[in-house]
Design a protein around this ligand. Sequence first.
Ligand code: NAG
Length: 306
Amino acid sequence: MPILRRFKLQLLLLLSTALGSFTLLVAQDGFCSESYSAFDVVSNSMQLYAKVTNPTLSPSHLKDLPGFTRSTYRIDHALITPESHVFSPLPEWKDALGAYLITPAMGSHFVMYLVKMQDNSRSGLPPNDVERFVFVVEGTVTLSNGSGINNKLMVDSYAYLPPNIRHSIVSDVSSTLVVFERRYAYLENHATEQIVGSTDNQPLLETPGEIFGLRKLLPTSTAYDFNIHIMDFQPGEFLNVKEVHYNQHGLLLLEGQGIYRLGDSWYPVQAGDAIWMAPFVPQWYAALGKTRTRYLLYKDVNRDPL
Ligand SMILES: *[C@@H]1O[C@H](CO)[C@@H](O)[C@H](O)[C@H]1NC(C)=O
């Protein structure tokens, strides 16, 4: 963060403590986007998915409250909110910091992690037989697999790498990725291929009985043992089905805010929040506020649960 901007933010925080009425204004506005616009930081928050990586994510009146976090960890679900992220060097990567949000220690068969890259950071390879899905939340990266043809991935672009494909992801500027990996569930006579795409280029799919917009980022063919859904809700829209199913989910809220029901708990959530859903946890979402909700969702598919 440029020093000048940090100074402006500090000034803003100072002001907001000093002026009770101003604090109230901020509270009413939720994530204080309007109050920041007065300080010319708006260009940043206008960028696609900027709230995922923007440090203003926690409401300013709660952010610095000692011991306060919205994160929670239960036997069949977890909500991991940005103020509880812990980044540390990723062993195989160069100059990259990772925060694991979902791992098998929770009961999942996949990992979901955020990666912060500087200019020219470089990915490592996943372990043998592990497939990888990468989605760019911030910045631009270049994907190479030694074929001589490189792919530039910008915000909203993604890549799927089959197991045991040598590849590297190098950041062109400072960038943030969300990464999913799992041990590929091999099936005879089926193999996955490298996929590179962009959310906007994926068609909106029919969702009978539902109202949200759905895009699938991976092919639905049998070879693929998971898919990544992008789901859009206008404010006030909610899931019709109160889902209970065998599949597991890893979710990253990219835009908006609302209420997520997980088991018997109802959580206020916002862009930047991540959710782990174990098999069979009752789940439901309603979008609130003034802007659409968009979330990205891992779901295991196409394999016999036995
Ligand atoms: C390597 O990348 C190129 C360009 O995206 C692609 O056409 C090719 O299929 C990839 N190779 C493998 C083995 O996936």
